[in-house]
Write a protein that binds this ligand. Structure first.
Ligand code: NAP
Ligand code: MN
Length: 265
């Protein structure tokens, strides 16, 4: 079996990677950073997000597993002291795969730039830049739902619902619900402007289109990336056809993961 490694780049993560590669090579596995079957991410969620984007062109052939070294590690289940155990699992056991839904984002531009398609593991956000409000029409399934005015909107995946979305008062969604969630950032609500005010959860195949009105000077993010482009006209979101695959060597139910991350063990 071919594996790849991804590190946060700190000494602890790099040292663990040295240990992991030495042991896996001893077991006869080969490191292949180009076309791995398993990607071992060592660091935190940020490291796993980066690894996801590095291999997003071959998601069907790739399974991810995360080790966390000090940070939250919502996606990274394994701790450094368990690495020997994890190595044996990877080398010896056929593993199960758990699939989580992803968000498809299509960004269209006000100039001649061709539309671009992105996949997000956590979320995409659209925000005002430089003090002005974001003003956009929110269309759901081709119908205008509301005109949003405020700081921004966050469209998250179920596994991303515990990240930025949670800080915005969104619900935590189980990843078996192939869906996306739209949550507001400081919407303006008064006699003149009105938004629904609650997070919305859309099922598969329901498309949400955010069409910019007054300003095109906005900031669009995909997970930890910011799209650098002046004239964004719209962003279209829906549940992607693709999924992320996690290698599961032992059960670790989502709600247990939520409890350990936010309530304590
Ligand atoms: P970061 O600033 O390190 O991320 C913020 C925190 O979110 C970190 O503790 C990170 O864990 C954790 N996290 C990431 N994905 C998560 C998930 N699915 N569930 C629960 N917690 C999660 O930046 P980053 O590591 O590059 O991560 C980018 C993410 O930060 C974005 O996708 C966005 O969700 C989140 N973010 C949150 C806020 C907010 O809550 N106000 C604002 C901006 C961005 P690790 O420490 O293990 O990396
Ligand atoms: Mn991080």
């Amino acid at each position: 079996m071919k594996y790849a490694v991804a590190s946060r780049g700190d000494t602890i993560s790099d040292d663990l990677i040295t240990q992991i590669t030495a042991s896996l090579n001893e077991f006869g596995l080969s490191q292949d950073q180009e076309s791995p079957e398993v990607v071992i991410s060592v660091g935190g969620d940020g490291t796993l997000l980066q690894a996801f984007h590095d291999y997003s062109h071959r998601l069907e052939e790739t399974a991810f597993v995360g080790v966390h070294t000090g940070h939250l590690g919502f996606y990274a289940d394994w701790i450094p002291s368990e690495v020997d155990n994890l190595i044996i699992h990877i080398a010896k056991t056929p593993y199960q795969v758990v699939e989580y839904p992803l968000l498809e984002v299509v960004v269209r531009y006000g100039d001649e730039t061709k539309p671009k398609r992105y996949l997000a593991l956590n979320e995409s956000t659209i925000k005002n830049s430089e003090g002005s409000s974001l003003v956009c029409n929110v269309e759901i399934k081709g119908e205008v739902f509301e005109t949003f005015r405020g700081d921004g909107l966050c469209i998250s995946t179920p596994s991303g619902s515990t990240a930025y979305n949670k800080a915005l008062g969104g619900a935590i969604l189980h990843p078996s619900l192939a869906s996306l969630q739209i949550s507001e950032m400081a919407s303006i609500n008064n006699r003149v402007y009105r938004t629904v005010g609650s997070p919305l959860v859309l099922p598969q195949h329901h498309t949400c289109l955010l069409k910019l009105l007054d300003n095109t000077d906005v900031q669009v993010t995909i997970d930890h990336y910011t799209i650098n482009h002046e004239e964004i006209a719209s962003i279209q979101c829906r549940v992607a056809e693709e999924k992320i695959r996690f290698a599961r060597f032992r059960p670790f139910p989502f709600w247990k993961r939520v409890k350990e991350s936010f309530i304590g063990e």
